[in-house]
Design a protein around this ligand. Sequence first.
Ligand code: TXA
Ligand code: MG
Length: 354
Amino acid sequence: MDTLVMKEEQGQVVYEKSGAILREGGLVAFPTETVYGLGGNALDKSASQKIYTAKGRPSDNPLIVHICNEEMMLPLVAYIPEKAKLLMDSFWPGPLTLIFKKTEFVPYETTGGLDTVAIRFPSHICARKIIECAGVPIAAPSANVSGRPSPTMADHVVEDMNGRIDMIVDGGSVGIGVESTIVDVSGELPMILRPGSITKEMIEQVIGSVKMDEAITKKVSDTVAPKAPGMKYRHYAPKAPLTIVSGNEELVASKILDIIKEKKEENQMVGIICTNQTKSFYTEKKDDLNNMVIKVIGDKQDSKQIAHNLYHVLRAFDSENVSIIVSEHISTGILKDAIENRLMKAAGHKIIYV
Ligand code: TXA
Ligand code: MG
């Protein structure tokens, strides 16, 4: 059966309908300022299990618990460290998730068996209204099938979740486009487990030095477990394999053109991810090399725009007949860490240096 889709602009009726479904143990996908989330009652273990089933997600990968005011988290966390309080005061509501020691109220089904719980207070009004109407904290991973790019518009959620969940709230295209920054404040030293639009520099301005989990930049080996279990899976991936080419702009373009030539001999189409500034390297060869599909991810200097378009571009290649995708290495601007991390994971860390 098709999933009920309602437009956010209908307002209160949508919030109330969503809230009622969530309270009764059902699943509702809704927009947040980062990506669309797939919500269920965080305190109901069977709702959490339904989330894992709908996403096809391994059950050792914990869910983020979303709240609509700070009081809502008090029964869920053992204590709030001083540095966490400072971060909450500076960045909540907003795209920052904090990891705390959990209380017995939070079922292990929600935390993937961990004794810690991830808490996020989103700034998106629709998300907050829905949580408020539900009256319970809401576990919400990104609303994609496990391993696929996170949804940044309701159509993406319909693609992945139609028939698998009770309701989808269509709030249009999201603002940020990459998931929240995750900071673990449950240990001695705060540690960034996932980079996002709240950057390391912004965090350090508030609480002083923080570490970055090694797994963010390096390919995680079987022996080093990343602190955020979700970071160990291949992720954010389009259907065709993705390779990143890194180095000087012109050398990168010429390497990518070489790949396209090779694939032309094999009668294969190649997807290219480039910027407004580098697009012409490819378009000027279009007459000879008619086996390329070019997608511009944004302006080279505008990392917010690139983050906003990233998952949309990755998903858009799924409806093109390409056998591989090649992306220029994108690493500029304040969202550099977040973009690099998502691209590298989408590529399974396949990168060619020129
Ligand atoms: O922006 C976001 O955070 C979005 C929106 C919907 O709010 N949600 C999101 O959830 O990205 P998800 O499930 O796709 O990613 C959650 C990440 C995973 O990598 C998971 O391993 C990590 O958070 N995580 C959750 N609880 C954790 C915990 N207790 N300790 C360490 N990592 C945790
Ligand atoms: Mg996700």
